[in-house]
Design a protein around this ligand. Structure first.
Ligand SMILES: [Zn+2]
Length: 69
């Protein structure tokens, strides 16, 4: 007999900022609905793929330093 306690899955592991369409923003974002990526300089659009209006900020600049010179 299984006595497994299933805990609710919490998604606090990776904190992600979400932005709504038409919000002023700049940088790389990814649609929270379909994952479509955009890079904006002024404000966020409606997703051209799924029409979504929620965007998650994407990492646009790798933190890895280039080896060598
Ligand atoms: Zn989308």
């Amino acid at each position: 007999m299984l006595d497994e306690v299933r805990k609710g899955v919490e998604q606090h592991g990776d904190y992600v900022d979400f932005f709504a369409a038409d919000a002023p923003a700049s940088g790389a974002f990814r649609c929270s609905g379909c994952g479509y990526g955009v890079t904006v300089k002024t404000s966020l659009p409606h997703c051209p793929m799924c029409g979504g209006t929620t965007w998650a900020q994407a990492a646009s600049q790798p933190q890895h330093a280039s080896p060598g010179s």
